[in-house]
Design a protein around this ligand. Structure first.
Ligand code: GDP
Length: 427
């Protein structure tokens, strides 16, 4: 069976922890989109880790970690990550990398930087990991697939020259930066070839066979619905689809195999980068939630940037869950709200004087004002609680209120950062 763990919102919902938890009962964990631009924070017996490329299941002996064809593969980052976990005593993970994955090249990162510099204040808040230039090249058919490293060298060289020619026009005339040299790019590719060779795999065939043998496969999404290039807050989105449906494409499995879609929603909101964020809060109120949030504060796992904070947004989350095709909601980081006497929740948007609970397209979203409803807080620490019925009444009310508003069943409640901090609800 295939399960997917994906985000309902802007990312940072706590997917890493849920994946790490579900990985216990999985054989294979697959990354199917995105790159090293976002990260998961995972706390386990070995320590605290920020993973950007490796799937969260790398900490188990029994799992195989797969980088699917849909991923923006940054080989040096992958190596650094493998090294950093092995260094802390984690057994060497079993890793397979799709021969159809494309590689993030050093110039993709440079192009990302140059573009941000050019756009200055009007930038998209890129993490400068080369993701947008990478996916642009992939779809413009200027990308390099892992398999090409193992084809004929002369053909590769020819392509490198063609790519350099195109890139150099932009470098010279738009960015006024140093040009690319085909010899350097060939050298870079040959280094990648050597590094990646032991891991290369026909991943779709591997997964096909694994599924035939009854293996449990977990797809791990990055970011969330609202960052999807089609269904998110375009253009303030990422460059690959963040939806569970894309898991079929980005891993190379039949869509009908995805039986469970676990959408992770955080009990409050946070976002990074630019873009409309209707339930956003500011000042001391935001600072306090940021400081108390997550596990050690709401700061980017990759960038260290302070996250923008807000109250739970039922409109965005209802939409985010619907676009994912949610079968189960995992409601996370609920323990953090224990300090509040009262908890505002965004239940609708007001746009041009009209109230709606349907998430709009970007232009209208920018005009939306939050309609807030205030719920009583529970004002105590809920960490350590294992049974739903033992949660304070106001806490259960909060969960059930959100569940009713978003219209998808909350079957898991996370009340702390570690694997054990989870309350299952039978629905
Ligand atoms: P991801 O990208 O969706 O995995 O999100 P992050 O890596 O930003 O995870 C959010 C943060 O919250 C991490 O630091 C987690 O360790 C932490 N976290 C996850 N679930 C919980 C929870 O239920 N309670 C608390 N306090 N922290 C959590």
């Amino acid at each position: 069976m295939v399960k997917a763990v994906v985000g309902a919102n802007w990312g940072d919902e706590g997917k890493g922890k849920i994946t790490d938890m579900l990985a216990q009962e999985s054989d294979i964990i697959v990354r199917f989109q995105g790159g090293a631009n976002a990260g998961h924070t995972i706390v386990n017996n070995y320590g605290k880790f920020a993973l950007h490329t490796l799937p969260s299941g790398v900490f188990y002996d029994h799992t195989t970690s797969v980088i699917g064809n849909g991923v923006a593969l940054n080989i040096p980052v992958l190596f650094k990550e493998i090294h950093s976990i092995v260094e802390k005593g984690v057994p060497a993970p079993k890793i397979k990398v799709s021969d159809r994955a494309q590689m993030v090249m050093s110039y993709h990162i440079k192009f990302d930087e140059y573009e941000e510099e050019r756009l200055a204040g009007k930038s998209f808040g890129s993490t400068k990991s080369g993701i947008a230039p990478f996916y642009s090249d992939k779809y413009a058919k200027n990308g390099f697939q892992v398999s090409e490293l193992f084809d004929d060298d002369a053909a590769l060289r020819e392509k490198v020259e063609r790519v350099c020619e195109t890139k150099n026009v932009t470098l010279e005339h738009l960015y006024h930066k140093p040009l690319l040299n085909p010899d350097d790019i060939m050298k870079e590719l040959m280094e990648y070839k050597e590094m990646i060779a032991p891991y290369v795999c026909d991943v779709s065939l591997y997964l096909w066979n694994a599924l035939k043998e009854g293996r449990e496969v977990l797809l791990e999404g990055q970011l969330g619905s609202l960052k999807d290039p089609d269904h998110g807050i375009y253009p303030m989105v990422t460059s690959s689809s963040t939806l569970a449906a894309y898991g079929a494409v980005g891993a190379g499995i039949p869509p009908y195999e995805i039986k469970k879609i676990i959408t992770v929603c955080k009990a409050y909101s946070s976002a990074v980068g630019a873009g409309a964020f209707v339930s956003e809060i500011f000042g001391d109120e935001a600072d306090e939630l940021r400081r108390r949030g997550g596990d050690g504060g709401e700061f980017g796992a990759t960038t260290g940037r302070p996250r923008r904070m807000g109250w739970f947004d039922c409109v965005a989350s209802k939409y985010g869950c619907r676009m994912q095709g949610t079968t189960d909601v995992a409601f996370t980081v609920l323990d953090v709200l224990g300090y509040l006497e009262e908890i505002p929740v965004c239940v609708a948007y007001e746009i041009d004087g009209e109230i709606t609970t349907d998430f709009p397209t970007t232009g209208r979203l920018e005009k939306a004002k939050p309609v807030l409803e205030t719920l009583p807080g529970w004002n105590c620490d809920i960490r350590g609680i294992k049974n739903y019925d033992e949660l304070p009444e106001n806490c259960r009310r909060y969960i059930e209120f959100v569940e009713e508003k978003i219209g998808f069943p909350i079957t898991m409640v996370s009340n702390g950062p570690s694997r054990e901090d989870i309350i299952y609800r039978n629905k």
